[in-house]
Design a protein around this ligand. Structure first.
Ligand SMILES: NC(=O)c1ccc[n+]([C@@H]2O[C@H](COP(=O)([O-])OP(=O)(O)OC[C@H]3O[C@@H](n4cnc5c(N)ncnc54)[C@H](O)[C@@H]3O)[C@@H](O)[C@H]2O)c1
Length: 327
């Protein structure tokens, strides 16, 4: 990666999770001091084990719903990368109360603590779910619809709070609307696992993955390295018009679930030929799912200099190599 942040004091919330742990790895490798705040509700200690003895790494076990934990975590910090949240649309439908407490209550506490501590920039994980029922494709940042799930509502409300804080207080905010991120360390286990690790795990076990619906639903699957790049660029952005904005972070390429399955099966077949015989089974559509998602990445290209390095196939090749070595 060409443009990276260096010599900064950084806090990553949700750093024991999939995206957060990848950010920590990248920030440490570029010579930053990195703190992590996590309550390990969905994150894993294993994701941090490589950094525990790193002299520039500090772990704070705590909860973003606890304001004192937030205050302790943000002290002496230049930039916050706020990733902690409860992901998953189905989880938020099953338990909207906890998702709201964490994703909105915790978000505001982190934002307010950051402002109180004099943090210069607050970069946060927003979501493509904010587009809700808006039918337009590709998704352009200022054209959003009504969120379709409690999760989508929480991520939309976070953007409102961030914009309000930017105009009310002297804190810079940047929201990165991630589109279906995948890659190393994404958890394949549990009821709320994302589609790519779920398909990979099933194939590794010689089982047929379940496709929700008829497989025609499509997503802009985004490899983790593209997300890492966008976070570095958001931290580096210095043009005024680039700050206090939200950006789509995606590859700008749409893959339907049937094609995704075939891509994964073909790559998995390089490791284990038996998976080439497996066909998916089809189940009901999931509540709260939008049929298609595809990002315009023009805004991030123009204002941040974003240039994704991995399309879905290249990303899947790297991800599967990791799963085969680590699962
Ligand atoms: N993975 C995706 O495709 C995707 C897409 C859009 C947005 N996002 C957003 O990106 C962020 C990271 O997602 P992820 O996929 O890495 O999820 P993840 O579940 O792997 O990571 C979330 C982390 O936050 C921590 N956390 C949860 N509640 C907490 C609390 N109350 N206090 C402290 N820590 C807490 C968890 O323990 C976990 O380590 C989230 O904000 C998510 O909404 C992810």
């Amino acid at each position: 990666m060409e443009r990276v942040i260096k010599n900064k004091k950084i806090l990553v919330t949700g750093g024991a999770g999939f995206i957060g742990s990848n950010l920590i790895e990248s920030f440490l490798s570029c010579g930053n001091q990195v703190s992590c705040l996590d309550n390990f509700s969905t994150g894993k200690r294993e994701n941090l084990k490589e950094y525990m003895d790193h002299p520039d790494f500090r772990l704070l076990e705590g909860d973003i719903r606890n304001y004192n934990d937030c205050l302790e975590a943000v002290s002496d910090t230049d930039i916050v990368f706020h990733q902690a949240a409860l992901g998953s649309v189905p989880r938020s439908i099953k338990d909207p109360v906890t998702s709201t407490d964490v994703n909105i209550g915790g978000f505001v506490k982190m934002l307010f603590a950051s402002k109180e501590a004099g943090v210069k920039r607050f970069i946060y994980a927003a979501s493509s779910s904010t587009y809700g029922d808006h039918p337009g494709l590709p998704k352009v940042e200022d054209r959003t619809g009504k969120p379709l799930s409690p999760y989508g509502i929480t991520k939309y409300v976070d953007e409102l709070f961030a914009a309000n804080f930017a105009s009310t207080y002297n804190i810079e905010v940047i929201g990165l609307r991630y589109f279906n991120v995948f890659g190393r360390r994404q958890d394949p286990h549990g009821a709320y696992a994302a589609v790519i690790p779920l398909f990979v795990k099933k194939l590794m076990n010689h089982e047929a993955p379940v496709v929700n619906g008829n497989g025609s639903f499509s997503r802009d699957f985004t490899y983790i390295d593209n997300v890492i790049q966008a976070n570095h660029l958001a931290a580096l952005a210095d043009r005024q018009e680039a700050i206090n904005q939200v950006y789509n972070v995606a590859h700008g390429e749409r893959t339907d679930l049937n094609t995704l399955f075939e891509l994964i099966r073909d790559i998995a077949g390089r490791y284990d030929r038996r998976v080439l015989e497996i066909k998916p089974v089809y189940g009901p559509e999931r509540a709260g799912d939008i049929p298609h998602s595809l990002a315009s990445i023009e805004k991030a290209k123009n204002l941040l200099g974003y240039s994704p390095t991995h399309n879905v196939k290249k990303g899947l090749e790297e991800a599967l190599e990791w799963y085969w070595e680590n699962l």
